[in-house]
Design a protein around this ligand. Structure first.
Ligand SMILES: [Zn+2]
Length: 273
């Protein structure tokens, strides 16, 4: 779920966005992403980078698990990450029933949990806000969540000295970076993610008060809105007048986003492909 519910590196209640291609759904590979594409031609297989695995869902999470696979959330995000950065280690991304613990990154096991139960939680949040079945919003939130958790894994590699709150903010910014570098498709996903934080705050999510290591939900929503507007003002002009942004901040979002993007890019330089 969006609130971290005590997990050290929980995403907070995360949101995510999916690529348009992912949003189309379609058949899903039953593989766990770790298989070799064919007989090795030389040497051992490369086990670095992001690999995925699916656990059997709890009965209550079967629909959520099916949705996650149908939308290829884990497949698409990990493929995008592996094309972007060259990890010096293997990070396993596991789809599983989390019983409400929330998606999280475990730095000791180098593992990201993506929780089937969050599908129903996010769907409920959007539906209560009158957004219909909201499949695309839900998928977007899951994508952004996974990028946030991957941001923790990247922080471990390139900025291991960050404090908890700074790391959470950096993970949010990494998610924004990964989505905004995809252009309009990624912007749509980040919009859903920002809206999810706003809705969660409106519902009185405990994390909205900044009770855990994450910034409050409204702050996280405002940051993403600012990044969206700052990265492409012409496409996101409506956000200039968002109640989440003061006029003064809105005027500085282009510079703010440039700084955020350049800072993360500089940190990633040693691992960029
Ligand atoms: Zn986090």
């Amino acid at each position: 779920m969006r609130t971290s519910a005590g997990s050290r590196f929980g995403s907070g209640r995360v949101w995510a966005g999916l690529l348009a291609s992912v949003l189309l759904g379609g058949c899903t590979s039953s593989g766990d992403g770790t298989e070799d594409p064919g007989p090795p031609t030389s040497g051992p297989p490369d086990r670095r980078g992001f690999v995925i695995r699916f656990e059997e869902p709890a009965v209550a999470d079967r629909d959520g698990a099916a949705f996650l696979r149908e939308r290829k959330v884990m497949e698409t995000v990990t493929a995008t990450l592996d094309a972007f950065v060259r990890m010096d280690r293997q990070v396993t991304v596991v789809g599983r029933s989390c019983a409400g613990e929330g998606s999280a990154y475990d730095p000791d096991r180098l593992r990201i949990d993506v929780c089937y139960d969050e599908v129903a939680e996010e769907r409920g949040l959007f539906e209560r806000a009158g957004r219909g079945r909201a499949d695309d919003d839900v998928a977007a939130v899951l994508v952004e969540t996974l990028y946030h958790e991957a941001g923790h894994a990247l922080v471990d590699v390139v900025r291991p000295t960050l404090t908890d709150r700074a790391e959470e903010d950096a993970a949010d910014r990494f998610a924004a970076l990964m989505l905004l570098r995809q252009g309009p498709d990624g912007e749509r996903l980040l919009r859903s993610a920002a809206e999810e934080y706003r809705l969660a705050a409106a519902e009185g999510d405990p994390a909205a008060g900044g009770a855990d290591e994450h910034s409050p939900d409204l702050v996280r929503a405002a940051n993403h809105v600012c990044f969206l507007y700052g990265s492409a003002p012409e496409r996101n002009l409506d956000l200039a007048n968002s109640p989440l942004l003061s006029p003064a901040r809105a005027a500085g979002c282009a510079a703010e986003w440039t700084h955020v993007r350049d800072a993360w890019t500089a940190d990633l330089a040693p691992v960029l492909r």
